[in-house]
Design a protein. Sequence first.
Length: 338
Amino acid sequence: MTTMKFRDALRAALEEEMERDDAVFCLGEGIGERGGSYKVTEGLLARFGAGRVRDTPLSEAGFVGLGVGAAIAGQRPVVEVLFIDFLLQAMDQVVNQAAKYRFMSGGEGRVPLVIRTQGGTGNSLAGQHSQSLEALCYHIPGLKVVMPSTPRDAKGLLKAAIRDDDPVIFIEHKLLYLTDGEVPDEPYEIPLGQADVKRSGSDVTIVAWSHMVTKTMQAAAELEAEGVSAEVIDLRTLVPMDIASVLASVRKTGHLVIAQEAIKRGGVASDVAAMVSEQAFVSLRAPIVRVAGINTVIPFNLALEKATVPQVADIVAGVRAVLGDPAPAAGEPEAVAG
């Protein structure tokens, strides 16, 4: 094992896949000489050259479309879209072209495209650079959606995404880039569609993904001090989703809390709650609680920004509520309304 930062683990995955397969190349805004805004692609230009690390104009529709065409033609492009908010500029290319090409070609065509992007709050970047829009991509048939929470998962899942023959939206949280974690020294990949039990427990299941896993693990540690044993499941990939692991945990604990940074309305947490209600209702000993962001535009002010998304105290409050102790958390009560 080697300890490395989240962004360095992503870079290692890109380096290994570009070394392994000449069809893999990167393109996006400022990814070459500048090394990307979050320095994930730093050094790749010097190692692989401008033919495989391509800086693009500021046109998401243009370079995402280029990536779709290159994938259809047999390449394996990794496209970086600086903010997931900007992916909206290229939704026709993503939704109507990449996601549907296999179906429209009668199953003959493939689009081995990875779109790396980042989302979430934490840097006081206001409403157009801080959204959690995974539910938009989750809703589109034909797209796979990946949201890692640790350096180990980031590297293994990105390698699997690059090798996948379908378009993958790979969403990185901006607050994870500088976090540290152990990464295996030997080559490995993590198959898409496998959740990870980050912490075993017996009293309550907490499901989360991306940066919310970090907060959930902190909440689980606080709950342990109160005598509550929380099992934390990191979905890692939203599509395909390992709902079987969630169901198995709920059948053991009888209680479910789902934590997401995105707003509650129409979120992935709602779908997880529905699937558990449909398939494991008899195992539930209390209503499911969703801990989620409030339905508002993300403010610029950092204190207000924090108030719009769940914090550790909100997750703790959600667990207390599902276990029968409705004591409110400090901070934003709407974030834990279930």
